[in-house]
Structures are given as structure tokens and as C-alpha cells.
Ligand binder design. Structure first.
Ligand code: SF4
Ligand code: SF4
Length: 72
């Protein structure tokens, strides 16, 4: 059975540091043009292609990214 990755960002807690954007080997994360309640441009997945490697979650200083594997 095939799986793909999926991330969920707790956008209210994101500081917009961009480390996850740089860490993603598939380049599926970008900083939003919109800001959260603290005024930070939060990160978000912008396209398909996540492989569930968890690099983004591991590098996030605030642990606000959850990684899931879902059936294709
Ligand atoms: S789990 Fe891996 S592929 Fe998916 S968004 Fe995070 S760094 Fe990118
Ligand atoms: S590494 Fe964490 S705090 Fe930094 S932009 Fe990504 S989700 Fe936000």
C-alpha cells in the first residue's frame, strides 16, 4: 500500500523563522503572505509532494509541525 506525507502546522504558534522552508527536500513549504495573531508570516504546505520525512518537524525550534503518513 502506498503512502504519502502530510503536514499540519499550528499556525498560531509559528514564528515565521523559515527554517522548515529551507529544510524541506521537496520544497513544498513556504511562508504565507498572511500573518498569524502574533504578526508572523506562518509556514504552510503549498503543494503536493510531501514524503513524510519529518525534516521540517525536527528542525522547527517550537515543534509546531506535525507529520502524518496518509494512504495515497
Ligand atoms: S515531512 Fe519532509 S517532505 Fe514533508 S513537508 Fe516536511 S520536510 Fe517536506
Ligand atoms: S520552523 Fe517552525 S517556527 Fe519556523 S517557520 Fe517553520 S513552523 Fe514556523
Amino acid at each position: 500500500m502506498a503512502f504519502k506525507g502530510q503536514i499540519v502546522v499550528d499556525t498560531d504558534r509559528c514564528k515565521g523563522c523559515g527554517l522548515c522552508v529551507e529544510a524541506c527536500p521537496m520544497h513544498v513549504i513556504e511562508l504565507s503572505k498572511h500573518v498569524n495573531g502574533k504578526g508572523y508570516n506562518y509556514s504552510e504546505p503549498v503543494k503536493e509532494g510531501c514524503i513524510g520525512c519529518a525534516s521540517c518537524a525536527l528542525i522547527c525550534p517550537d515543534g509546531v509541525i506535525s507529520v502524518y503518513k496518509v494512504k495515497c
